[in-house]
Design a protein around this ligand. Structure first.
Ligand code: NDP
Length: 298
């Protein structure tokens, strides 16, 4: 029997609806809207699409969106000055600088300049440190979204064997930390891992964040395992799909035959990322304004 499809699009819609209710309550208590500032440097078309949809969804959830579009040749000095201004602005609860940045700007300097209390992307070293020692902070949006889908599907994750494929700072490493905090036994695989299929075969939970189209095959998956596919890869254009089909890092057609449950691409992890960004912004707003809030209610 084929596995269940984990509908990230529907889950993200539900999350945004809960955020909208909580954002309206925040406005009553704080006398202002929660606010997210998004900074885009340059004209990268994919980044422009992301920034537009972040702004649109922020406003739809009843929060204030502040967009700052800077030209490609903006200096690092000017970008850092803008971030300092946003750090000091009480109307701004969350700051997101859209990556990648033009080559002449050092991304690490930019991330380090964002106040950790407004770092809703969770990329600042203070927030990765807080995650690793179990203190409240901000967790990167994509892995937190994966965790929400896993807990919604499985309930308690305690004692389960989890394999995370990929060790990037934005997905693999924070994902591993989150699963460890849920008392999973966690293995982190990467490009030097020996016999990856055998490692994956042990897992009750597989999170694939590699960036290689359809790399993880159905025959690698333990029957009944839960598979979270973070990958977004565009295949070369074909006559049937002139823009090129979007696929994940997992070979969906073979994996769904074996898995207990699996996220599709598109419609799985992708829609969760912006919804969790809005969640993190609303959490930041409550903390910054000193308004009590049950963060687990989102
Ligand atoms: P990175 O390129 O930063 O990291 C990829 C990781 O995969 C690295 O740790 C690398 O290992 C590992 N890897 C590469 N090749 C292999 C291999 N053959 N076997 C095992 N491991 C391998 O990617 P990201 O973490 O940023 O993103 C991963 C994927 O997730 C991409 O497809 C990206 O588009 C997608 N993504 C999706 C998001 C969403 O919203 N749904 C958000 C963010 C990313 P090593 O460290 O040894 O080089």
């Amino acid at each position: 029997m084929a596995g269940a499809v984990i509908d990230g699009k529907a889950f993200a819609e539900g999350l945004r609806a809960r955020i909208a209710v909580a954002a309206a309550q925040f406005e009553v208590h704080a006398g202002r809207k929660a606010g997210l500032a998004v900074v885009l440097v340059g004209e990268d078309p994919a980044s422009q699409v992301y920034v537009r949809s972040k702004g649109k969804q922020t406003v739809e959830c009843g929060m204030a969106s502040f967009e700052h579009r800077l030209s490609e040749d903006t200096s690092e000095h000017d970008l850092l000055a803008l971030i300092e201004k946003l750090n000091a602005d009480p109307a701004v609860d969350g700051i997101l600088v859209q990556l990648p940045l033009p080559g002449h700007i050092d991304e690490q300097n930019v991330i380090a300049t964002i106040s950790p209390d407004k770092d809703v992307d969770g990329f600042h070293v203070v927030n990765s440190g807080r995650l690793s020692v179990g203190l409240p902070g901000f967790v990167p949006c994509t892995p937190l979204g994966c965790l929400m889908l896993l807990k919604d599907k499985l309930g308690s994750l305690s004692g389960l064997d989890a394999v995370v494929i990929g060790r990037s700072n934005i997905v693999g490493k924070p994902m591993a930390q989150l699963l460890l905090a849920e008392s999973c036994t966690v293995t982190v695989a990467h490009s030097r891992t020996k016999d990856l299929p055998e490692v994956v075969r042990r897992a009750d939970i597989v999170v694939a964040a590699v960036g290689r189209a359809e790399m993880v095959k159905g025959e690698w998956i333990k029957p009944g395992a839960t598979v979270i596919d973070v990958g977004i890869n565009r295949l070369p254009p074909l006559e049937a799909s002139p823009k090129g089909r979007l696929v994940g890092d997992v070979d969906y057609a073979s994996a769904i035959q074996v898995a207990g449950a699996i996220t599709p691409v598109p419609g799985g992890v992708g829609p969760m990322t912006i919804a969790v960004l809005l969640r993190n912004t609303l959490v930041a707003a409550h903390r910054n304004a000193g308004v009590d809030f049950d963060e687990s209610s989102l």
